[in-house]
Ligand binder design. Structure first.
Ligand code: SF4
Length: 370
């Protein structure tokens, strides 16, 4: 295998023309017909790219449609309250994307008169737009010759060119970006970027790549060296921590006590219930909970104690959660309101709660309770 630490040198030896020509031939015959394709509208491209980050097309598609229906242009999105955006985003996860979407729309409206910047460098200055998204918008909307590098691109390049550099390392990112910049077509940068990503999604897939029917087979390093399953190399596996929550669903006169989640933790800006965190799922025990004892002052009746433990998996965290549902008599309404205010909680009626963005875990619990 060549020395991939010097991409300039190796790049001279590689037949990029053949590679990009084959991809450009493959793409029109095999691409999926998706609503954000065949457009040069940067708003639509940006919206679809943000929604599709870490998300499968089938899952992202209905969200894309909902957003376009509710916010046909960037001005509408910028003018919307954040709670409304979070509610529409509910269930898609990675909520920082939704918050950044809103901030970015405001930047475009306030600082750029509603027009997205037309080049990679200036797109990168917007909130939530990283190298990948900037390259996608700059090339798809404005035909700038700048290569996208996402998981699909890493895989196709590493297999075809036989590169073992760890894709999670800084060095790997530089090597693959350099290689991608060499491989991109000068004439059709937009089509080429779409083609390589689609090729990775449909043909050169993580498992069971369709090598037998692949137009790149003859020149593919991985195919010819029995290395398809070994590439790309990713050493840094994400560390996953386990968290255990005990939630309190407290109702008084038809209203429920809620909490808006703060910064520096998961689900910022979403609405959930008061909760106590335990060291491990086995240790969840209302008797050991401070909130449980505080709430006894309002003589609650336990309405429901979930035997079910709700499990929710995020990229870095596994959450295990139980729920206790308390009913509190209207005699204690005022005292409960004071307590809630002191704690930074809010009493909300069912319509308000329904209209707010909530973590999927809470939505599952509320649905089970119906
Ligand atoms: S031959 Fe297999 S590994 Fe090589 S590019 Fe084609 S699908 Fe990917």
């Amino acid at each position: 295998m060549f020395n991939e630490k010097i991409p300039e040198k190796i790049s001279k030896a590689l037949n990029f023309n053949h590679f990009s020509k084959k991809l450009l031939q493959w793409y029109p015959e095999n691409k999926r017909d998706l609503p954000w394709r065949n457009t040069q509208n940067p708003y639509i491209i940006w919206l679809s790219e943000i929604i599709l980050q870490q998300t499968r097309v089938a899952q992202g598609l209905p969200y894309f449609q909902k957003f376009i229906e509710n916010y046909p242009n960037v001005e509408d999105l910028a003018a919307s309250p954040q709670e409304e955006i979070l509610r529409l985003w509910q269930g898609l996860g990675y909520y920082s994307r939704a918050r950044n979407l809103h901030k970015c729309a405001k930047q475009v409206v306030e600082n750029h008169s509603g027009q997205f910047p037309r080049d990679y460098k200036n797109l990168l200055k917007l909130q939530g737009i990283g190298q990948y998204t900037a390259a996608a918008i700059a090339s798809f909307a404005f035909k700038e010759k700048v290569a996208v590098v996402d998981g699909n691109v890493f895989r196709v390049l590493s297999r075809y060119f036989g590169i073992e550099t760890d894709i999670s390392s800084n060095e790997g990112k530089k090597v693959f970006q350099a290689l991608a910049n060499k491989a991109i077509s000068s004439e059709h940068p937009d089509e080429y970027n779409q083609a390589i990503m689609e090729f990775g999604a449909l043909q050169c897939t993580p498992k069971k790549a369709d090598c037998n029917n692949c137009p790149l087979q003859a020149g593919c390093y991985a195919y010819n060296n029995n290395a398809v399953e070994k590439l790309p190399v990713k050493k840094n596996k994400v560390k996953i921590s386990t968290r255990a929550f005990l939630y309190y669903d407290i109702e008084c006169k038809g209203k429920t006590i809620t909490k808006t989640r703060g910064p520096k933790d998961i689900w910022e800006g979403l609405t959930d219930f008061p909760l106590e965190e335990f060291q491990s799922p086995e240790k969840i025990d209302p008797e050991e909970s401070k909130l449980f004892h505080e709430l006894q002052a309002f003589k609650p009746t336990i309405h429901f104690e979930s035997e079910k433990t709700y499990k929710h998996i995020l990229t870095h965290q596994k959450i295990f959660s139980n729920f206790v549902s308390f009913k509190i008599s209207s005699d204690y309404e005022k005292a409960l309101e004071d307590w809630a205010e002191h704690k930074g909680f809010l009493l909300r009626d069912p319509e308000e709660l329904e209209a707010l963005g909530k973590p999927k875990l809470i939505v599952r619990y509320l649905n089970d309770k119906k």
